[in-house]
Write a new protein. Sequence first.
Lengths: 170, 621
Amino acid sequence: MNDTTQKRILVVDDEEDVRLYLTLALEDAGFQVETACDGQEALEKMTANPVDLVSLDLVMPRRSGAAFYRDLQKSAEWRHIPVLIVTGHARDDQGQADFEELTMSGPGIYLEKPVRPDNYVAAVRKLLGIEAAGEAEKGNVAELRRQLEERLKDADSEALKRALDVLKRQ
Amino acid sequence: MMKVSNNPMSQPFDSLHLFDMLPLSVAVVDREWQVVAANRAFEETFGYWKGRACHEAFKSKPARCRNCEAKAVFEDGRIRVGDHQGLDRFGRVCDYSVHFAPIRDESGSITHVLEIASDMTETRRWKAEYDRLFENVPCTISILDRDLRVIRANSTLEKTYGQAIGLPCYRVYKGLATPCENCPAMQTFRDGLEHLSRQSGRTPEGSETHYVVSTSPYRWDADGVDQVIEISTDITQLHLLETELQETHDLYSSLIRNARDGILAVDRRGDVRILNDAARSLIGWDRSEPPDATTLRMMLPSDFFLPEGKMDVVPDREFTIPTQEDDGIGEIPVLFRAVELTGEQHSLGRAAFLQDLSDLRRLEKEKLENERLAAVGQTVAGLAHTIKNLLMGLEGGMYMVDTGLSRGDGERLTQGWDMLQRNFEKTAGMVRDFLSFAKGRVPKLALIDPLQLIRDVVALYRDTAKRLGVTLTVEEGKSLFDALLDRDGIEACLTNLISNAIDAVTLQDRATGTVTVRAYDLGSELIFEVEDDGIGMESEVARQVFTTFFTTKGGKGTGLGLLTTRKIVQEHGGTIELESEPQKGSVFRIHLPRSRLEAIAAEQAVRDSKAETYSSGGKQR
């Protein structure tokens, strides 16, 4: 579970609200987050300190998401960094060409805005290879703990002591 | 009959005197071949003869001729005639015909030979000339008898038609077995007159010939014309040229007749020489005779009647021809072109080309309609995108409110609440903008000065630009014709483009920049241009700016500006394009075809008149 705390994510989007939302969602899931408002700033952030995954909008001023993606592909060092496309343009005429280029030959995962926080975090985990297993385990442990606490409330204190003794002896 | 007694020479006749008067050269030769007597003509022709032998006197030859005819006469006493060539006293060759006759004494024995020479030199020359002429004239000549058989033919005839003598003329010239109808030779035999006709023949090799033949009487006898001379001039080449000319004429006539465009041509006097079916149907002329000059003046634009030499500067122009349809009066739009038809020497007349534009107009209208529909489609796609972005903001706000609440994190709760509020405001603003955008305002076109329009818009931004350090200029070229524009619409477009350009300049790293606005005519289009040296765009971005609710200004704009601009331009029948280079700047260019502006204005006029009809009808009720 300490997987996520070491992973750094770069969120690139020109909308401040979107940057804030995605940042919080990722931080809540335990990731470290950098942000950039366009492809240009993203490039600067990458150069200063490379990240483990890029969450990328496509249409932005100055330097677009597609251009930044190509920058990543050109670099031997950055080529293998997973990229998650988060766009509103996926299925309109204008986004189509970029979208096809970036999904068919590229990262393979995209999310169409609006995205729900759990889906977003799940997609990030999947791309980082810490996907469903971690998610499921985390969910199960929480559930088991909750069930355990429920039962502990109702439990006979004598029996509980005996049980603890057994555990201590082992 | 001449009376001898009245003759001035009516002296007692002296035979020697008569001998001297003869116009023939006469000499008497004895058995030794010596000339013993000769008359004056002989002396004048051959010179001194006394003491000379016959061959010396006639021919200046030292020896007797090989087949001496005088010798033969001495031997058998029979008269002979022969052609000889001698030398006259000047040494010139002369041809003469000599008549040899014996002179006998009382006993009947031949003592002398009389030689009478008649000069044939001239005659020979004539004959040679005649023969040359007859044989070599570039005509075929034949002489026909009453059975139409060729009894003489020149070499030109035989060269073309082969052996002719003895064959009937129709066989020779045409290979026919019976005489031709309307045979000119037979007519000449009948009436003794010259006849001229045009005929076609066939050579023995089978190629066709064309000739003009003249027949005239050659010899008469007691029954009338006995022989006819037939002279034919070959006109095969001429005929071929004529045929070619005719074919060319037919070709052009057929092209003109079948052309889809109307073609009308008049000669220099103004008489209609060409009026094809398309032109007839366009101008509604169904009479067989073409329209006269006065009628034409009422039908065609006045350009067609400019003085000679002025027409090459006439531009193509459109005019309408009123029509009477079953469902009322209509009009056909026609593109009219007038040209002067120039020959090598002078003008041959003028032609008008009339192109029916009805179909073209209909297609143009359909195209405009299609473009409008496509714009609607793109607008819907853009709208969807904007809504997605707004939902994203709302989603973010909800997440923050949710998590803020569940964690008891007040700061996050407030942030989330702000985000929700912001996005609700944006939604409201977007809906407001979109409603105004989608109102489907029909442009109200009126003639205005494009340059004045850009001056007015630029004036609105002068202070803002100055404050931001942006140089905003109007580049005034030559003055333009007024254009049919919707003032509010184009003003909105320019406002948009100029405010974008100022933003693009201020977004770049340099402190200052320039925005230039211009209007000019390019071909038949009116162009508006807004150029900046601001941050520019990459091609991915440039491709999308007109078609999506797109903003490069973070959360500040609704992204509707360029979409609205494009919509207004399209409502004017125009297009908008963008050239941009990152860090260099952008040029937005609006193209407005003036012909389309006119078409839209015309549509508008029709709509207005219908609306009027409707409202006046309403009042009556």
